[in-house]
Design a protein around this ligand. Structure first.
Ligand SMILES: Nc1ncnc2c1ncn2[C@@H]1O[C@H](COP(=O)(O)OP(=O)(O)OP(=O)(O)O)[C@@H](O)[C@H]1O
Ligand SMILES: [Mg+2]
Length: 207
């Protein structure tokens, strides 16, 4: 089983969007997948409740109180973390994960929070010893903007780079509202947006 933790202490940076998409991508690929929601807001579980019956199925788990184990036979476990996490919870979740996906929005406030979170992660032994992969994902990016350049500079300055950039698009609001993902949606537009995800999926498959 491969465990993917989607986390950042910054609110609204795209954790649930990315967790639901990674879980859906894995279900579409035919892998038995669990989406574990640590957030008391239950956003991921709400998305799952809206998911059409015809769409490739996923198992949802409510981890707001306890981190239970995924059912036997699970191939992918995707964990959607809340913004407010205690250091102890971060440690426990990171320990479980094979890869940590860290969404970051362009902008000084988000960069600051991300730097703090990366600092916290690097204090953890498993990350410090490079046994754990961290994939930074630039979210809601507009190509060739100052903000995008700044984010690259910022990440370079702290020894990271983005694995991929997801563009800012209404399609993500549509996906959230319908329980779908770009991986379940037909049409050219969804196909174009799926290209943004390819580097991240390749990175995760390589872990
Ligand atoms: N690439 C994107 N383009 C457009 N809208 C986006 C994108 N990514 C996320 N959003 C929207 O931004 C809002 C916040 O995203 P999301 O809920 O995924 O963030 P979060 O980090 O899980 O937030 P929280 O900290 O509250 O859990 C949502 O309305 C979502 O639809
Ligand atoms: Mg969320």
């Amino acid at each position: 089983m491969l465990t993917i933790l989607v986390a950042n202490i910054k609110g609204g940076c795209g954790k649930t969007t990315i967790a639901t998409h990674l879980a859906a991508a894995s279900a579409v690929a035919g892998l038995p997948t669990v989406l574990a929601d640590v957030d008391r807001q239950r956003s991921s579980l709400g998305w799952l409740e809206r998911r059409p019956e015809k769409a490739p199925s996923l198992i949802g788990m409510d981890w707001a109180k306890d981190f239970d184990s995924a059912p036997r036979g699970t191939k992918r476990l995707v964990i959607d973390a809340p913004a407010a996490l205690k250091t102890r919870q971060i440690e426990d979740l990171v320990k479980m994960a094979d890869v940590v996906v860290l969404p970051v929005l362009p902008g000084a406030f988000d960069e600051q929070a991300t730097q703090r979170f990366l600092g916290k992660l690097e204090e953890l032994k498993s990350i410090a010893r490079h046994r754990k992969a961290v994939a930074v994902v630039g979210n809601r990016m507009r190509a060739r903007t100052k903000a995008a350049d700044r984010l690259d500079q910022f990440l370079g300055g702290i020894g990271h780079r983005v694995v991929t950039r997801l563009r800012d698009s209404q399609i993500y609001a549509d996906a959230a509202a319908t329980g779908l993902s770009l991986f379940d949606m037909p049409g050219k537009r969804a196909g174009e947006h799926r290209a943004d995800w390819a580097p991240l999926l390749t990175y995760i498959d390589g872990v």
